[in-house]
Write a protein that binds this ligand. Sequence first.
Ligand code: GTB
Length: 217
Amino acid sequence: MTITITAFERSPDGGKGLARDTRVRWALEEVGQPYEVRLVSFGAMKEPTHQARHPFGQIPTYEEGDLVLFETGGIVLYIAERNAGLLPDDPNARARAITWTFAALNTVEPPILELGNARLLEGDKPWCKERLPMVEDRVRARLEQLSRRLGDADWLDGAFSAGDLMMVSVLLRLKSSGIPDEYPNLAAYVARGEARPAYKRAFAAQLAINTGKPPAG
Ligand code: GTB
């Protein structure tokens, strides 16, 4: 059955891979599932047709036959549950990989999003200069803990899993801040994720949409 996801017709980041369709593309590439993409404008996202797919009028969505999903956590875990390659077979290891997926979304991503909002949406507020260091330190507190847990391992819990896919995706959002470079093992972890052929294909596909040039190779 054809899988169709939605993505920005034109991503505000110009194709840096930060919009959340990239993590869904990455998961599909990891498990070798071909997919189609329906591009949506900001206007179309707020129309009833798209809101029937996504109650919050956002991207990405995932369609496969009668099934329509939204929320990248739900989508990535659905892909991981139904295809080999993103979740271990051992039940306990599988539960831990799922836990890391939630940890990425519920524990690590929120302070990162807060930092993005503080910079982009509140940058012109008189109190921003005072608040920003506190928000940055909340990000550092999480990265410090994550860095300690990762240690010198390649991935969070054994082999690469959906948990790593989500954690690397979340950390990539911080790249331009330079903060991950303060934790060399985390910077290397993110680089390992980016070096995966599946990530490269996902990145190239979203870049092609935003530059109008077909992916190389
Ligand atoms: N919790 C949801 C999920 O994980 O699926 C969040 C989905 C979401 O935030 N979607 C964003 C969206 O549709 C796109 S990814 N926004 C439009 C709207 O809400 O009207 C967030 C995003 C957007 C742009 C950049 N960027 O340009 O750097 C990065 C991330």
